[in-house]
Design a protein around this ligand. Structure first.
Ligand code: ATP
Ligand code: MG
Length: 286
């Protein structure tokens, strides 16, 4: 049987970006070639200032390349008249949910992008109800967004993006301001959409445990890709991560320290349960 062709949602070619007035400093994005396929969940790691947010904004046509190009579903982001199509195909969620709420009720907020698409009112209603149901927001539709919890606000922002039926969602530290429950809530929502709808996800995070949930990790340093692989490869390669001033998961870091103390542990420990299983080889106490 012929292999199924993977659909490339985002492609960057020799992508560079320098901020205006900062030409004398190295570019914020300095030559990135990246492809993101349908259904892929990619985590983007890198220290502060490594270019993650700049890259995401380039993928969403919030910034236009200084050199090279970005194609979203084959549309170049320099095609000003098609920017709306790029943003519909590839929506962005920011760190602070308060900065992306634009309307006075949750339902108006979810409908905002749809109204810009000039869809008929009945179709807008149908899509708002559908995504609100999907994201557990139905009971909050008439609420003013400022009364929601942080997690609910992030889910409202995600609902507004999903209503536009995108191929990809870009998330810039979406859980940074949430408590553990809100964080789990948002991540589980996105993971489920990634699995069931083959929604591509590009997720910027400083949290190795969140990155471990992705199916691919790309690491940036000074605007360049310095590593690209599976979480099991990247997040257990502590030599690489420490060299970049990053960390592995708690389990990977602990396993590393225990190995240094002479414990014979496998090198590929990523998750807590893998560490526990490796340590608890004795019979449980009855
Ligand atoms: N508006 C701007 N004007 C000038 N330089 C900027 C601007 N925004 C970002 N930069 C610079 O571009 C580089 C990349 O910044 P960017 O925000 O993309 O990094 P980041 O990886 O998202 O960092 P963080 O983890 O802190 O969010 C940094 O050197 C930063 O100082
Ligand atoms: Mg950033």
């Amino acid at each position: 049987m012929a292999a199924l062709k993977t659909e490339i949602i985002i492609e960057t070619r020799a992508l560079c970006y320098s901020y205006a007035g900062a030409e004398e400093v190295p570019p914020a994005v300095a030559g990135i070639d990246l492809k993101v396929s349908r259904g892929e969940y990619l985590a983007l790691l890198g220290v502060n200032g490594s270019g993650k947010t700049t890259l995401l904004k380039l993928l969403n046509a919030l910034l236009i390349p200084s050199q090279g190009e970005v194609l979203v579903k084959g549309i170049s982001t320099v095609e000003a008249e098609r920017v709306q199509l790029v943003r519909q195909a590839c929506g962005m969620i920011f760190q602070n949910p308060d900065n992306q709420i634009v309307a006075t009720t949750v339902e108006e907020d979810i409908a905002f992008g749809l109204e810009n698409m000039a869809l008929p009112a009945a179709e807008i209603r149908r899509r708002v109800d559908q995504v609100a149901g999907r994201l557990g927001l139905t009971h909050l539709l008439r609420q003013p967004p400022h009364l929601l919890s942080g997690g609910e606000k992030q889910r409202t922002a995600i609902a507004g993006i999903l209503a536009m039926q995108p191929a990809c969602i870009l998330m810039d530290e979406p859980t940074a301001m949430l408590d553990p429950a809100g964080r789990r809530d948002v991540l589980e929502t996105v993971k489920e959409l990634n699995k069931t709808e083959a929604l591509a996800v590009v997720h910027v995070t400083h949290n190795p445990a969140e990155a471990a949930e992705a199916n691919r990790i790309v690491v940036l340093e000074q605007g360049r890709i310095v590593a690209d692989g599976k979480p099991g490869e990247i997040l257990t390669d502590l030599k690489l991560l420490h060299g970049l001033k990053l960390q592995g998961t708690v389990a990977a870091e602990l396993a590393h320290l225990l190995r240094q103390r002479g414990l014979n542990l496998p090198t590929a420990i990523l998750q807590n349960r893998e560490l526990v299983e490796s340590l608890c080889i004795s019979e449980p106490v009855s």
